[in-house]
Write a protein that binds this ligand. Structure first.
Ligand SMILES: C[S@@+](CC[C@H](N)C(=O)[O-])C[C@H]1O[C@@H](n2cnc3c(N)ncnc32)[C@H](O)[C@@H]1O
Length: 274
């Protein structure tokens, strides 16, 4: 028995499914998380136990339920201006440098990967509007992707509660860029329209897309096994511009995973050159 109510077979089935579909590694110590996240999914689909949910997942034609289970097991923690330093580096060095380098083709692509509810890409969009408005006349592509269709719907809508806007977002930017609807705040339409939200699963081959100059891939590799991190970093390096920049989360690194990426410090931010 893994916990009082979750048997080993059920846990192992779920953990294998999540690893195959999303690369997320669930150690047996995470059995409590499986229960707390999947009991509501089981209930909503009319099953009175996780064992019955697992039986259904093994039947052909259960793709929709499988997607619900995978999405329920993702962690969507994020915030505006998360960790601050990468955005300072973007503002003070990376964007000025790339604006100069790309001044002929006037094309710039930024990819916010595993974007969750969109705070990261909206932070980037606000920085651009605030400090680099000339980019709005370029072929500027802000691509934001995640495997979860549910979280992407929230991101596309750009509606945040008071707690979400209170985390990291300076008050003047809130007032300037959001509209208050009752208890929530919606980011203005012209900012929402700047972003191309897409479903992209890091486990799968990347779709054809404009070559990113800057990639944010933060706070997602931590959930994966080393061989999967290696594979994803290789894929990212292959698709990005050779003079571009990669940002990882504060607890993530390319060290021992991909020797080709060169670690660079910009102010207090760490980023990687392909
Ligand atoms: C903790 S959030 C990080 C959000 C944002 N990058 C940040 O740093 O604030 C992790 C996100 O990764 C997404 N995710 C997990 N596995 C994924 C995969 N295999 N492919 C794409 N996205 C994935 C989850 O759905 C979730 O929204």
């Amino acid at each position: 028995m893994t916990t009082a109510t979750l048997n080993t077979h059920t846990f192992e089935f779920i953990s294998k499914l999540i690893r195959t579909k999303a690369a997320i590694v669930l150690e047996p110590t995470k059995a409590y998380l499986v229960e707390s996240r999947l009991n509501p999914v089981a209930r909503d689909n009319g099953f009175d136990s996780l064992e019955k949910l697992v039986l259904e997942l093994q039947r052909p034609g259960s793709q929709k339920l499988t997607q619900q289970v995978v999405e329920a097991m993702t962690t969507n923690e994020t915030s505006f201006f998360r960790d601050l330093h990468p955005f300072d580096a973007l503002k003070q060095q990376i964007l000025p440098e790339l604006i100069e380098k790309r001044s002929k083709e006037r094309t710039l692509t930024i990819w916010s990967n595993a974007c969750s509810s969109g705070q990261e890409v909206y932070t980037i969009a606000m920085i651009i509007r605030e400090h680099f408005p000339e980019l709005l006349n370029w072929k500027l592509k802000l691509i934001a992707s995640d495997l979860s269709t549910q979280i992407l719907d929230k991101a596309r809508q750009g509606t945040f509660n008071q707690t979400e806007v209170s985390r990291g977002l300076p008050m003047p930017l809130l007032i300037k860029n959001f509209v208050k609807n009752g208890l929530t705040w919606q980011i203005k339409e012209d900012i929402r329209k700047m972003v191309d939200f897409r479903v992209i699963n890091l486990v799968e081959p990347f779709p054809i897309m404009p070559t990113p100059d800057i990639v944010f891939l933060r706070n997602v590799l931590i959930y994966f096994a080393p061989e999967m991190k290696r594979d994803i970093l290789n894929k990212v390096r292959k698709v990005m511009k050779p003079d571009g920049y990669l940002f990882l989360g504060g607890a993530e690194t390319t060290m021992n995973l991909n020797v080709a990426f060169e670690r660079t410090q910009i102010g207090k931010a760490v980023c990687y050159k392909p």
